[in-house]
Design a protein around this ligand. Sequence first.
Ligand code: NDP
Length: 291
Amino acid sequence: MAARILSGKEFAAKIKEAAGRRAAALCAAGVHPRLAVIIVGADPASEVYVRNKRKACEELGILSDHIALPAETTKAELLACIDALNADAGVHGILVQLPLPAQIAASEEEILRRIDPRKDVDGFHPVNVGQLAIGAPGLRPCTPAGCIRMLEYAGIPIEGARAVIIGRSNIVGKPMAHLLLERNATVTICHSRTQNLAAVAREADILVAAVGRPRFVTADMVKPGATVIDVGINRIAPKQLVGDVDFDAAAEVAGAITPVPGGVGLLTVAMLMENVVQAAQAQMEQGGVEG
Ligand code: NDP
């Protein structure tokens, strides 16, 4: 295996260390960063994610409220819960764990838009999406922001690099493209209608796979020496997760590569912690927060 393995654990620890220092400074200034996580119903995967977020908060001295609403919660009830958290000056970050149960899933957009953009630590609110698009400060989506932070910590050059992202979702592909562009990469986004995708991928110095298909990226799609970031999480057996990249084969060709598990997923949670402290700090500076 030739590639350098980019360990999510190592880089997540660095992100959390920095967020922990900022959280401590905020506490010293009288503001105790606080995250409220709303989970509706009992989705087993969501429960694992929420547990991990809670654990990270505890580690860093960030307060976290876990608001478990019954599966049959109506849209109006969920919106009322968000309104109450928006109005609570002691809560700095609000996150609605997805997916939502069937009866309210169709209202997901409306529900996420109800979160005060200053508390939108997932970075999904159109205000934050717009801020990212115009290069203005705001809360950035955790997964792509975590990947960028990892590249920076790992010393992998972004400026001038040719970056190819496979996937154009609002939560990964598109924000990843903006973040790379902001750092002066030359960016191409591929999707299900892209022609000659393998040839485009082979041009990448930084190749990001966010497709949701097990081992979609094969070794022949990787330029020798490229950095491969595998965002995918695919459960192919009850206890087996794989990414969107054929890891073993791609690692023979790539210069650096993230594993799954143990890669990008850990960065996402770490970046959420950073977003909570960033939100708390911004709210403190704007006035009107309580510790
Ligand atoms: P989406 O399903 O929203 O988007 C998938 C993208 O892949 C779409 O843009 C789609 O194209 C594209 N795509 C699908 N099939 C093909 C194909 N055959 N050829 C080219 N492009 C294709 O997924 P997400 O962005 O939400 O997630 C992607 C993966 O990342 C998933 O495995 C998810 O579980 C994982 N994930 C991991 C996170 C982490 O913390 N590590 C966080 C978030 C997601 P089109 O738009 O044309 O349909």
